[in-house]
Design a protein around this ligand. Sequence first.
Ligand code: GCO
Length: 473
Amino acid sequence: MPQAIESSIDITSFSRVIKIRPTRKKRMLSLIILVQFFSFSLAATNPIFPCAHFLKGVSFSCFQNGGDIIGVSNWTIFERQKNIVGRPTINSGQQCGISAGFWVNAFDDIELIKQLGCNAVRFSVEWAAIEPSVGQFNQEILDWYKRYCHELIANGIQPTITLHHFTHPAWFDETGGFTIEENINYFERFAAKVFTELSPHVTIWYTINEPTVYSFMGYILGMHSPGIVGNFQQAGTVLKNLLSAHTRVYQHLKKLPHGDRTQIGLVHQVLRAQSYSSWSPVGLLTAAFLNFITAHEVVKTYLCSGQYTYQLPGIVSIKQYEPLAPASYDFIGINYYSRVITSLTGPTCLENEQMTDMEYAPYPEGIYEAIKDLSALGKPIYITENGIPDARDAQRAEFIRRYLQEVMRAREDGYDVRGYFYWTLMDNFEWDRGFTQKFGLYEVNFKTFERQLRPGSQPFVEFLSTKAPKLPY
Ligand code: GCO
């Protein structure tokens, strides 16, 4: 077991972790004093954003940008383990560490978000830092998040918050995590605590990021924490419990002060697989398998009717009915990257397409299809993630142009899309791939922590400079 990393978040502990130079330390100290001064005066006016305009922003998770700094998360345990074939769980044994230095640079980086021209940002809160041991909430870190929200608002950027983005305290996993239904209580208590602290300033909340990805990557493919391979029963149970957790948290938060003026939704990754050839059994079977584990219809049916059905004949059958589910989300967050084309030799692309740095080619029409598909639920949509891994920055500009065109086409066709968040602000820790995938609008030098805007990000900057459409409510 790793040691608890830090127990308090004073400037000294930050600097010890990141080894910043004294001049930088001084600059940061004055910045923190300044931020505290401003946050004090802002707290008096209780800043909040009215959701009147289309949101245009960037999305990131605190763990991916900053790692663990207080408390120990499931990913800190996971990244130190070996997988079932005895290799490090993360690409070449990499570890997240302090990643892009979020916990030190967060306030400076607001300037980067502002320079892009964003009117909103989506980020996650780190449960392991907020509740490092069971039932013990770290008020310092909650206050830090409060100041962070104030500072965003002071810069014209609306903070929107994800409560669970793949990471949680290691102690939660020790209790069985989301494999045990009763453990939802822990998450509900954490969510209520964060909401109570931050809802005076935050109107848009995402309960859980990508429940399906959490379930199949962690319990079927074993590539994400906790690294379990082929356990369909657990994968189905975890997905059920994550969806229940979403519904329960929604119901709970809505009853808290400010609940009625906030919008709360679930973030779902739409990932569809199709076979390159219509006759290759391997391609067809792989696509069917991927479509089963990515469980798109399971989530859609649950949200639409409250019926949860996770079934693979002879292997797993889990059913549950939750009558409150259809009335437990104000919007759907869609994470959309692309589709997967399967073949005998593995993932591929069509003749006129070019692979990204991951195992897929861009498929801009897919984001339109995802919007159209989930619009059937009758709720507003936010694109909560969309981006490209492209280390050479050769495809980024075209990717951004074409996907944004599709999102805007969907709006013109009458679909109720209320915002678009690009994944992601800067290069960061891409889970099992470590630091190999470059999704950032800003390139990060992980030795000096310098951030540099990639030329390919320009079309996004142009999009951000256009006036955000006013929403009709
Ligand atoms: C996910 C997550 C992000 C990823 C992003 C790029 O979709 O897995 O929400 O944390 O980093 O999608 O793969």
